[in-house]
Design a protein around this ligand. Structure first.
Ligand code: FAD
Ligand code: NAD
Length: 476
């Protein structure tokens, strides 16, 4: 039987964009419903993305540290991994967090409707629920339908041995060998997890570098470590075809040395993500979708349809959870009549590999592509006491500074914990700090956080642990 409901604000999608928007709207007194096809709140990030991958990466990191302890004379026996318990622990993390979101939604009187939603007009959705179709009319809708793994038709061979990130996170087993197609965020994070658990991992990347787009000096220490952890890294190489042999996947490569084949127990395809803007009935609204499938929005998150706003992965890159949540809050504030806009100076990004890579604001690649004159000041972690104490001197912290005003424009960090350290950089850039503000902020010793201040000291040529022969007295 079909039901009809009117809700002032409907949020389509219960991911980090959608639930952040819905909860703020409820806090501001709006009547809100979230619609999601999944029975649990959390979206890609919580259910099959950020959180499960970081739980598994934590296990990988601990395994790596036990090996590194050999150098310090501490010997652990070879670890025994109980995969059932490991999966259960990861699933428990997800269950706790999604359960917490459900409680928060109930307490705020946010209605949750489970079902597949489709726009039937600018102010109406039809939701296919287990009980039948529900017609939802609304004054406004925030579209937060997220994204899904990009698929390459030639790889769709109907084989369970070929996985996307969702299947890889299920961790059905630890295959003897794994080929990761795509040397981006997911390929390197999940490749690290499987390699640490015992798979022989190879990566194949189309372009001439891992993490294309990320500054080379930040990628280098990661690549050097991955060259030891992984069995092989094939750059400038294309996978032309996959075949399931019944016991493995035969992969046909086309690389700089010509064509070749190899067999792997599993293949993980991680070649990017596509926005969920199709199949939503958007043709029944006034929304405009770009050729890449992103819903077009202005800086208040408004679409071309006055009744619909859009946030998160469905409306552009970078496809990151914190961007989605931030946009969700801007969308609600703009509906609430506040002068909110989404115009950040810095959206921090973190690749949670070992070492981690993190950056915020302007990158060197972006500065050089734009022909922008910046000073780059690097602080190698080999000069940091804390990095030596941790046995991790392979890190680097750098700041990009406007030479005219000394304003901090960008921060890049590679090293363990870079993802935590970058928050200071994001704050410095958002607040328009000058390099001197970082120098004059007393950082606790001995910490890796000091390297942010020391890279600023080095901008003035005055870093305590770095000697520079003087030709003249530096200007302070
Ligand atoms: P999503 O989280 O994708 O949520 C969209 C929701 O909409 C889903 O729940 C979906 O079921 C629902 N939906 C879609 N269409 C319909 C429909 N027609 N009807 C009903 N419901 C619908 N980002 C980070 O910032 N940090 C990380 O460490 C990180 N790690 C990641 C690891 C992996 C393996 C992956 C895959 C992604 C990772 N991301 C990470 C990216 C992050 O998950 C996304 O950027 C984020 O989830 C986007 O949030 P969103 O709210 O826009 O959409
Ligand atoms: P990605 O864009 O990060 O990397 C995809 C890689 O695949 C690129 O390096 C690309 O050159 C390569 N590639 C494309 N086609 C190929 C082919 N045919 N053969 C070989 N290589 C090919 O995409 P992803 O790793 O799938 O992740 C998707 C998105 O999810 C990310 O861009 C990011 O926005 C988000 N994510 C974020 C995090 C995080 O914040 N730590 C973690 C995972 C995912």
């Amino acid at each position: 039987m079909s039901k009809s409901i009117h809700v002032p604000l409907v949020v389509l999608g219960g991911g980090p964009g959608g639930y952040a928007a819905a909860f703020l709207a409820a806090d501001l007194g709006m009547g809100v419903a979230i619609v999601d096809r999944d029975e649990r709140l959390g979206g890609t990030c919580l259910l099959r993305g950020c959180i499960p991958s970081k739980a598994l990466l934590h296990v990988g990191r601990v395994l790596a540290e036990t090996r590194e302890m050999e150098e310090w004379g501490v010997h652990f026996p070879k670890p025994a991994i109980d995969l059932t318990a490991l999966r259960a622990r990861k699933d428990n993390v997800i269950a706790t967090l999604t359960g917490g979101l459900a409680t928060l939604a109930r307490r705020r009187n946010v209605t949750f409707l489970r079902g597949e939603a489709r726009f039937t007009g600018s102010t109406s959705l039809e939701v296919a629920t287990a009980e039948g179709a529900t017609s939802l009319s609304f004054d406004h809708c925030i579209l937060a339908s997220g994204s899904r793994p990009a698929r390459i038709p030639a790889f769709d061979i109907g084989s369970e041995r070929v996985m996307d990130s969702t299947a890889a996170l299920e961790l059905r087993d630890v295959p003897k060998s794994l080929l990761v197609v795509g040397g981006g965020y997911i390929g390197l994070e999940m490749g690290t997890v499987y390699a640490e658990l015992g798979s022989q991992v190879s990566v194949v990347e189309l372009s001439d570098t891992l993490l294309p787009g990320v500054d080379r000096d930040l990628v280098k220490p990661l690549q050097q470590r991955l060259e030891k952890l992984f069995t092989a890294i094939h750059l400038r190489t294309k996978v032309a075809r996959l075949e399931d042999t019944g016991t493995a996947v035969r992969v046909h490569f086309e690389g700089p040395a010509g064509a070749s084949t190899a067999e792997y127990a599993r293949v993980l395809v991680a070649v990017g993500r596509r926005p969920n803007s199709d199949g939503l009935g958007l043709e029944n609204t006034k929304l405009v979708v770009s050729p890449k499938g992103f819903v077009e929005v202005d800086e208040r998150q408004r679409t071309a349809d006055p009744h619909v706003l859009a946030i998160g992965d469905v409306c552009g890159e970078p496809m990151l959870a914190h961007r989605a949540s931030h946009q969700g809050k801007v969308a609600v504030e703009s509906l609430h009549g506040e002068p909110a806009i989404f115009a950040p100076r810095a959206i921090p990004a973190v690749v949670f590999t070992d070492p981690e890579i993190a950056w915020a604001g302007l990158t060197e690649n972006e500065a050089s592509a734009a022909g922008r004159n910046v000073d780059v000041s690097r602080y190698p972690w080999a000069a940091s006491g804390r990095a030596h104490a941790l046995g991790r001197t392979d890190g680097l912290t750098k700041i990009l500074v406007d030479p005219e005003t000394d304003t901090v424009l960008g921060v890049g960090i590679v090293g363990p914990g870079a993802g935590e350290l970058i928050a200071e950089g994001a704050l410095a850039i958002e607040m328009g700090c000058a390099a001197r503000d970082l120098v004059e902020t007393i950082h606790p010793h001995p910490t890796l956080g000091e390297t942010v201040a020391f890279s600023a000291e080095n901008y003035f040529g005055l870093a305590t642990e770095i000697y520079r022969p003087r030709t003249e007295t530096p200007a302070r």
